[in-house]
Design a protein around this ligand. Structure first.
Ligand code: NAD
Length: 234
């Protein structure tokens, strides 16, 4: 970090690759570390298809609590700076592992959501999918009679092929990738920045902590997302 820091205004095809740490300062807990969600809950009871098949109502109660908590939070300065950059440089793409919808609430568009969204539901029986903003609570059963399921990539689920393909295309084409608040431990998403690194793009990591990918980034900004994005955006 320092005077050799690249200026985002010098790039035309920026990709922001974001994870739970981006929303931490909005008050949404990350998954890893103390206070993380999976330190309190066993994902096998709440966040996998097997749990849903066993007890859909219990899994929905858990997800409605998550929606309520996220709805009470606001996008932070880093979300807003990213959205502003995208308005000014329309080739900017956002690839997120987050499911909280904060990028969109800050004004970003065409967000590639690798792990789905808390705010969409799908019916695996008839293939229907719809936005469900959570409040008021909508019926949890589809017109076909089956349960709606949160359109989230749960533990043990595969990623959606079309979404991954869109992310890969955006990252292959970027001249700068900014990775923010991601531990680099959740695969296959963690591998995506490597595409930009191999292609020779300028790559920046924003994270208060070292991650397995830190040594591979061309620049590392050690600090919280809001402060580091404000610094980077100048
Ligand atoms: P993670 O929980 O594995 O790691 C979070 C990372 O953010 C850590 O490396 C941590 O050092 C960093 N961090 C913490 N505070 C930060 C801050 N203020 N600024 C910048 N970085 C900060 O998150 P992940 O890599 O995204 O993987 C976890 C999976 O769970 C992903 O799919 C993730 O999106 C999902 N998840 C989503 C949300 C959400 O939608 N907000 C919340 C928790 C987990």
């Amino acid at each position: 970090m320092g005077s050799d820091l690249p200026r985002l205004e010098d790039f035309e095809r920026i990709v922001f690759f974001t994870g739970a740490g981006l929303s931490a300062e909005s008050g949404i807990p990350t998954y890893r570390g103390s206070g993380g969600l999976w330190a309190q809950y066993d994902y096998e009871d709440f966040a996998c298809q097997r749990a849903f098949d066993r007890d859909p109502a219990k899994v929905w109660t858990f997800h409605d609590e998550r929606r309520e908590a996220v709805a009470a939070c606001e996008p932070n300065l880093a979300h807003r700076i990213i959205a502003k950059i995208q308005r000014e440089k329309t080739a900017t793409r956002i690839v997120t592992q987050n499911i909280d919808g904060m990028h969109q609430r800050a004004g970003a568009v065409d967000v590639i959501e690798l792990h789905g969204s808390l705010w969409r539901v799908r019916c695996d029986a008839c293939g229907a999918e719809k936005e469900d903003l959570g409040l008021p609570l909508l019926p949890k059963r589809c017109k076909c009679g089956a349960w709606w399921r949160p359109a989230i990539v749960w533990f043990e689920d595969p990623l959606n092929f079309d979404v991954v393909e869109a992310a890969v295309r955006a990252i292959e084409a970027c001249d700068c990738l900014v990775g923010i608040g991601t531990s680099g431990e959740v695969y296959p998403a963690a591998e995506l920045p490597l595409i930009a690194m191999r292609a020779g793009a300028v790559t920046l990591e924003i994270n208060p902590e070292e991650t397995p990918l830190s040594p591979l980034y061309t620049h590392v900004l050690r600090g919280p997302a809001t402060e580091m994005m404000a610094l980077l955006a100048g």
